[in-house]
Design a protein around this ligand. Structure first.
Ligand SMILES: Nc1ncnc2c1ncn2[C@@H]1O[C@H](COP(=O)(O)OP(=O)(O)O)[C@@H](O)[C@H]1O
Ligand SMILES: [Mg+2]
Length: 230
């Protein structure tokens, strides 16, 4: 018997309504990601990668279908329950870092632990050290380069030690060398703590590093329904 998937998507659709016109972005996506698996999600710009990742992360409700985190439905759950699942179950790295501009690096990293009700400054400092920013704790985002801001965002995604990490084009705004450093760091951290990873990228060569590559095209996964490895 296979384990309960870390994440399972069952027949998810997402439609947007714009000025009386319907945009059917996700057309029946089903997939499962096993615990500890590293999956890349690829596809052309506008194909729905970000939409699907936000849905996976409990950040955007699908029009139809649901996402199961360790067997628990996210969208059938109450808003509070979903927020709790998000806060303890997964870390999210956004393409544009999404750091709060008025908070220091240390405060940004601590924020999800404050929300959880267990502020942990020592772990935040340790994580910033781990991503090479131990000397930049008191710096504001504007005082950091893009690569450094993404390192802060990576440390922040790990503060509550979530079993799952989701990253949306984490190297998309960085030059190739800095992007590779971030991706190496991400893989190192995920591998040593055996986390489940889903990374969105439009870079096909990056995607070869994962256990599995999913390609989204015209609202569907190429090759049909993905049922995971087992
Ligand atoms: N909030 C929204 N309202 C309307 N259309 C949206 C919204 N979010 C995304 N879209 C549309 O959905 C499609 C997929 O977007 P997205 O998931 O961002 O693609 P990708 O990340 O693959 O580039 C695009 O055509 C985009 O314009
Ligand atoms: Mg996107």
């Amino acid at each position: 018997m296979p384990d309960t998937p870390a994440l399972e998507v069952k027949d998810v659709h997402r439609r947007y309504h714009l000025a009386g016109h319907e945009l059917h972005v996700l057309k029946g996506i089903s997939l499962r990601v096993e615990p500890g698996e590293k999956v890349f999600l690829c596809g052309a710009s506008g194909s729905g990668k970000t939409t699907l990742l936000y849905i996976l992360g409990g950040l955007e409700r699908p029009t139809e279908g649901d996402v199961y985190m360790s067997g628990q439905p996210m969208y059938a759950a109450s808003k509070n329950k979903r927020a709790q699942m998000r806060n303890t179950g997964l870390g999210f790295v956004f393409q544009n870092y999404h750091l709060l501009p008025e908070l220091t690096a240390l405060e940004n990293v601590m924020l999800p632990s404050l929300i959880k009700g267990k502020p942990t400054e020592s772990r935040a400092k340790e994580l910033l050290g781990r991503v090479g920013l131990g000397q930049r704790l008191d710096h504001l985002p504007t005082e950091l380069s893009g690569g450094e801001q993404q390192r802060v965002a990576l440390a922040r995604s790990l503060i509550n030690d979530p079993p799952i990490l989701l990253a949306d084009e984490p190297t998309g705004n960085l030059d190739a060398a800095t992007g590779k450093q971030i991706m190496d760091l991400l893989f190192e951290i995920v591998s040593e703590s055996k986390k489940t990873l889903v990374v969105v990228t439009h870079d096909a060569t990056l995607a070869e590093r994962g256990d599995r590559k999913l390609v989204i095209k015209q609202g569907q996964l190429e090759g049909g329904i993905d049922l995971g490895k087992s």
